[in-house]
Design a binder for this molecule. Structure first.
Ligand code: KG4
Ligand code: ZN
Length: 366
């Protein structure tokens, strides 16, 4: 534990113990009422276990930090209500956390990347590019117009019935796709790059998923396979999807770098790109993004996979950052509300659109 000890709770889809990530299985979708029930059932034990392991008593805590936005309303409610009870009981200040800000700043727990830096957040719920200018000061350059890349990978994995694949049944969709893609040949399937005519930093993945679904249907017909059976070409499909998702992320990130350079939004010396969120655990994504950053003179920073996917530590760290900066340390949290929908920072995407920067060709695959 750090000097300022904080309790943590999380929004989201499942409770996770500090350091021990509970994987979201391919077979599981998220049913809000079930998520809420699980949150209610486990919150007490999870917090107690964290306290026991830390060897710190609740009275010794400096503050209590809890995610209040964005996320599943029912889960946010459980976390907030429980925290408010603790705050009342132990008379501690409350620090409300924005889930995406927490993802963006996690890296600074391990390596103090200085503000401002560019950040790409890619998870099951989000896809966005922003300039982090301070602990709670973000400029949003672009975000997904439909679904998030992790969601797309999860849905493709489900459509490919990867829960029936002996090597993949305990993996999340994204992990399963990465695992199979390693053995596949992406050139076997041609997928169209999303939004290649749009010279902005927004993302779109729903069309890509549709393309992949069509391919799967066609292959099932050709092979005489039923839904639920594993297609022989599953590795090639995984490789093609992973590459197309990655190339889309890389292209938008490249444009964001050029935009930041043009507008002087990043420092001249040591500009940095931080990548986080569940999809940032993907080695292929990291490798391709490193090609983009190297070509543009940026350093690339990704937290280790266990801190990229949702975890309680990142919430506690964000609490520490806010405590140190004196931001949002609330002594009377009576009126505090959770917010299922909450944008990140100031929307700067219109300026990115107006700049309409063309991205030069870059060979993305070694
Ligand atoms: O950040 P996160 O844990 O939760 C959200 O806030 O959404 O991200 C979970 C997402 C899931 O969609 C999962 O399939 C994806 O991250 N993911 C991956 C990998 N590991 C997890 N995607 C690609 N490659 C991975 N290795
Ligand atoms: Zn997340």
């Amino acid at each position: 534990m750090t000097p300022e000890q904080l309790w943590w709770t999380k929004r989201g889809t499942s409770w996770e113990k500090p350091c021990i990530l509970r994987k979201e299985l391919i077979s599981s979708g998220i049913i809000p009422t079930v998520a809420q029930k699980l949150h209610k059932e486990h919150i007490e034990n999870v917090v107690q276990e964290a306290i026991d392991k830390s060897g710190v008593s609740p009275c010794e805590l400096t503050a209590i930090a809890t995610t209040i936005k964005p996320g599943l309303a029912l889960s946010l409610k459980v976390g907030l209500e429980y925290s408010l009870k603790l705050i009342e009981q132990y008379k501690k200040p409350f620090i409300p956390i924005h889930h995406m800000e927490a993802h963006a700043l996690t890296v600074r727990m391990l390596h103090m990347v200085e503000f401002p830096f560019l950040v790409l957040l890619v998870s099951g719920g989000h896809s966005l590019l922003a300039v982090a200018r301070g602990v709670s000061d973000f400029l949003l350059l672009g975000q997904t117009l439909d679904e998030a890349p992790g969601d797309t990978l999860d849905k493709v994995a489900r459509r490919l019935s990867l829960k029936n694949h002996p090597a993949c049944h305990t993996m999340s969709g994204g992990e399963a796709i990465e695992y199979l893609a390693e053995m596949g040949n992406r050139m076997q399937f041609e997928l169209t790059q999303p939004m290649s005519q749009h010279l902005d930093c927004d993302f779109s993945f729903a069309g890509l998923r549709n393309q992949v679904n069509q391919i799967i249907i066609k292959k099932e017909r050709e092979e005489g396979f039923q839904m639920g059976q594993i297609l022989p070409c599953v590795n090639d499909i995984a490789a093609a999807v992973q590459h197309t998702v990655t190339a889309h992320l890389a292209k938008r990130t490249h444009r964001a770098i050029l935009f930041c350079k043009k507008e002087g939004l990043l420092p001249q010396s040591n500009p940095a790109l931080v990548v986080s969120g569940g999809v940032a655990s993907n080695e292929y994504v990291r490798k391709v993004l490193s090609i983009v950053t190297e070509a543009n003179g940026l350093s690339l920073h990704c937290p280790p996979p266990k801190l990229c996917t949702d975890n309680g530590i990142m919430i506690a760290w964000n609490g520490i950052e806010k405590l140190r900066a004196g931001i949002d340390v609330i002594h009377n949290p009576k009126g505090i509300r959770y917010e299922p929908k909450a944008p990140l920072g100031i929307d700067f995407s219109e300026q990115v659109k107006i700049a309409a920067l063309k991205v030069p060709y870059l060979k993305l695959k070694t």
